[in-house]
Design a protein around this ligand. Structure first.
Ligand code: NAP
Length: 251
């Protein structure tokens, strides 16, 4: 059974792995045996140390994923440095908060470009490598706002609803090519992304009261789902959006 979840010999690329959920996923994949390539605009020093402490190889590629300009270079550097790519985790994402009535085009475009457009084109570039090499796994990071509307985050909701749709169409086209595409929908996690919510006493209390598990998620809470979707254990799982939310959606 352990073999089913082993990522020994695989190379995983994780975007936005310097902090938060991406860091939690990168470390979990390394603990399961994968070498890790972190892609982002900040140096992932802590993540690199944690990955190397597991005995796995770690490489960092600097790229601003707010546009698709670096996509081909990122793939080329990954192959050059690691020789292969088996797992892509599209984690990098941003959020902008304002009432819908006031929301700006700049906040719309920034979020849609990072959270949705780059996810599609990085997945496409990865698939062009993975399919001829025999297949692989793509894991997108969705959100509760792939299922719900949310408040004051219109471009985020649109982007994460889009990520759920993309996960399904890519799964439909690539499942027969041994390339699985699935998503994880984190609930409320204690990261930079949700700092404003935790700082607002009323929102923080309302959120905690609604989570059946009674606490915010920690980046390490995501690791098991990521390893499952990256491993042979999920070979017949395609196009799902798996909530890891302490029960929020069950409420
Ligand atoms: P976070 O701590 O803010 O991490 C976001 C990551 O994305 C950081 O590594 C960030 O890099 C990277 N990133 C943002 N814009 C980028 C760009 N233009 N180019 C390259 N990298 C970029 O937040 P998080 O909560 O861990 O978020 C990770 C993912 O989980 C996001 O997709 C988010 O939407 C999703 N999510 C989070 C929650 C939650 O409750 N926290 C819930 C549902 C979904 P920098 O450090 O350089 O900015």
């Amino acid at each position: 059974m352990q073999d089913l979840f082993s990522l020994q010999g695989r190379v995983a690329m994780v975007t936005g792995a310097n902090t938060g959920i991406g860091q939690g996923i990168a470390i979990a994949l390394a603990q399961a045996g994968a070498d890790v390539v972190a892609v982002g605009r900040s140096e992932p020093t802590d993540t690199g140390q944690a990955v190397e402490a597991t005995g796995r190889r770690f490489r960092s590629i600097r790229a601003d994923l707010g546009s698709i300009e670096p996509v081909d270079r990122v793939l080329a550097e990954c192959i050059e440095q690691m020789g292969r790519l088996d797992i892509l985790v599209n984690n990098a994402g941003i959020i902008r908060r304002a009432d819908c009535i006031d929301f700006t085009e700049a906040d719309w475009d920034a979020v849609m470009n990072t959270n949705l457009k780059t996810v599609f084109f990085l997945s496409q570039a990865a698939a062009r490598r993975m399919i001829p090499a025999g297949g692989g796994k793509i894991i997108n990071i969705a959100s509760l706002l792939s299922f719900q509307g949310g408040i004051r985050v219109p471009s985020y909701t649109a982007s994460k609803s889009g990520v759920a749709g993309l996960t399904k169409i890519l799964a439909n086209e690539w499942a027969s090519k041994n390339l699985s595409v699935n998503a994880i929908a984190p609930g409320y996690f204690d990261t930079n992304n949700t700092e404003a919510l935790r700082a607002d006493e009323n929102r923080n209390r309302a959120i905690l009261e609604r989570i059946p598990a009674g606490r915010w998620g920690k980046p390490s809470d995501i690791g098991g789902a990521a390893v499952f979707l990256a491993s042979r254990a999920s070979d017949y799982v395609n196009g799902v959006v798996l909530p890891v939310d302490g029960g929020w959606l069950a409420r």
